[in-house]
Structure formats: structure tokens, C-alpha cells
Ligand binder design. Sequence first.
Ligand code: NAD
Ligand code: UDP
Length: 349
Amino acid sequence: MARRVLVTGGAGYIGSHTVLQLLREGFYVVVVDNLDNSSEVAVQRVAELAGGFGKNLAFHRIDIQDKEALEKVFHTTKFDAVIHFAGLKAVGESVQKPLLYYKNNIIGTITLLEVMAAHGCKKLVFSSSATVYGWPKHLPCTEESPLHAMNPYGRTKLMIEEICRDVHHADNDWKIMLLRYFNPVGAHPSGHIGEDPRGIPNNLMPFIQQVAVGRRPSLTIFGTDYSTKDGTGVRDYIHVVDLADGHIAALKKFFDDPTTGCEAYNLGTGKGTSVFEMVTAFEKASGKKIPLILTARRPGDAETLYAGTAKAEKELKWKAKYGIEEMCRDQWNWAIKNPWGYGLPEPPN
Ligand code: NAD
Ligand code: UDP
């Protein structure tokens, strides 16, 4: 019988790509999402892209803080594992509204863990982030690097990691993977699913994309005076399909390796790319010129972040396959097919 996986936040950017890979691998998937930062259209498109496997997908519009609603889902289906993407993720907003972030991300996770425990489902894959490394002194960041959150969003990730370690410590039946994503970009090569942020994008790639399709006049570059190859910030960009496959690898380890405990894994490529390099790669992929405004550093930004990938390669037997060229190609393909994401054009000002 197919293994059953609950995916919280499965209508979102990384969630939707992961759900598609799960379906293609033969899993039965139940998505719960409150659609706070996503659209049900993404779930419909995933079902279409999965072809015959699309029938193995169910969706419930639920807030994971709603324990009663979650209970009902667990009553109906006995899950083998949970992949937990649901959370708020805008760094700036988390500084403005810390309580919203602590409540949604931490209370949401605790509620989920309580319901899982009550139903004897003790395998969890959690979406952590490279942000837990803060501004690292030594590179690449390995899973043993010191942890330091720089804002409330980062602190929610760090706190949830600690909660998971404590939960595993108290009860070794829990198997937990803390996946620390570096910078997910790109879209499914079909161009039918991709990232569709609400409002003004916080992240580099969706911003570049919106400039390229004419939704915004220019890209503002935050800082050109870093000690990097060209003065701009360096990050480890990873294709979202590679990232999605990292989750399949994590699940396989749960099912194949009884010694799994509570472990953190970096999901990145191990390569650093500057903002200028990313802009140039996107211009090449799209044939569009991206007008730039050079400005001061964004408060709280690290200079350089890239992953040490050895642990994930060895223990998850997973390695990113795609490079910047494919990331930009697929991001552009999604953009031209869906210039307004899953929604309708914004009315003119
Ligand atoms: P996303 O906003 O596209 O997806 C998150 C989904 O969770 C959304 O569909 C949203 O509606 C849902 N959600 C939020 N709170 C919820 C709640 N209380 N109940 C039910 N659903 C809820 O974001 P994403 O980029 O796909 O990120 C997924 C996860 O990965 C998040 O936890 C995020 O913090 C983490 N992450 C993302 C990045 C990134 O750059 N995209 C990097 C590192 C970690
Ligand atoms: N960045 C930028 N302009 C933007 C958004 C981001 O110059 O509009 C820079 C940012 O300073 C960082 C890099 O792009 O050096 C990646 O930023 P993003 O927010 O995408 O990821 P994070 O900083 O969270 O790793």
C-alpha cells in the first residue's frame, strides 16, 4: 500500500513542488494549508501535473493552530510521516509583527506535534533555514557551525529546531529531520507551478522576475561594499525541484534506516553566487535588461552564505543536480507563462 504523508503548507512554493515529487514517487498525500500565502490553484495544477497519480492527493483548507481540525484529518488517515512547511517567512514582517510569527510558527508546530503524538505518527521533516547560521565566521556552513538567529523569523526556526531536539530526547521513537534550506529559486520545468509571493517580494529572484515581466521598474541592490568578489551579497541558490527531491531522500531515510534520530541537514549546492552574477544569469535566460538601483546594505543581511553539502550527500544520498542556468531558465519559463502568478493582473494605480 502507498505510504501516506501529511504535508502542511503544501499549497506554497516549496510545498507544491515537493507534493508533485511525492505523488510521482507513489506516495498518497494530504495537504493542509490555510492559503494565507498561497492559492488552491497551485494544488489543482500539481494534481494535473501528476497525471494518473493526481488521484492520490487530498486538500484541506486548515490552519495548523486549529487542533480540532487537525485531529479530524488524523482521524481519517493514518499517516506514515509529516512534512511540515507551514509557516510565515517574511523576515521584515517578522521584525514588525514578532508575536504573529511566534504564534503562527511556534504554536502551529507545537499543535502539530501534539496531534502527531496523539495519533502515533512520530516521523517529521521540518523546513528549517540557513538563516539559523546568522552571519557565519567560517564557510561553508556545516551542520556543526554555530547557530545564531538575527531576527524573529530566524528565531522561530531555531526555537522549533530546539523543540524538536527536546521532543526526540524525551521519546526516542520520534524521528525528525531538520532540513536547512539555503536559497530556493526556480520553478518546475513545466512552467505550471512556481513562486507567487503576495505583495512586494522580499527575496531576490521573485523581485528580478517581476522586473523582467514589467510589473516593477527596477531592482534595488542592497549593498555593493561587501568583501565579496564584486561587492554584492553571496548566497547558495538551489533549484526548487532539487530541494523537493531532498525531501523524498529524507523520507526514504526514515523508512530505510531504523537508527534515524533527530538530525539537521543542509540542503544547498555548496556554491556561492553574488547578486550581480544572479542578475546577469537572469538577463541571459530572459533576454531582458534588469534596470538596477544600487543602495545601502539591508539591515540584518549576512555577507556570504553557502552550504557544506557532505552530510546530506553521505547520509541522505542526495545531491543538487541543477545550476544557476537551469534555475533562471525555469524561473523565466514560469514567469512568461504566469506573469501574474496564480492570480489576475493587479489593477493600475
Ligand atoms: P510559502 O509561503 O510559499 O509556503 C508556506 C505555506 O504555509 C503557505 O502556503 C501558507 O499559506 C501556509 N501556512 C502558513 N501558516 C500556516 C498555518 N498556520 N496553517 C496552515 N498553513 C499555513 O513559503 P515557502 O517558500 O514554500 O516556504 C516553506 C517553508 O520553508 C517555510 O516554513 C519557510 O519558512 C521555509 N523556508 C523557506 C525558504 C525560502 O526562501 N523560500 C528558505 C528557508 C526556509
Ligand atoms: N537582495 C537585493 N535586492 C532585493 C532582494 C535581495 O539586493 O530586492 C540581495 C540580498 O541583500 C542578499 C541576496 O540578494 O544579498 C539574497 O536575498 P534574499 O532575500 O533572496 O535571501 P536571504 O538574504 O534571505 O538569504
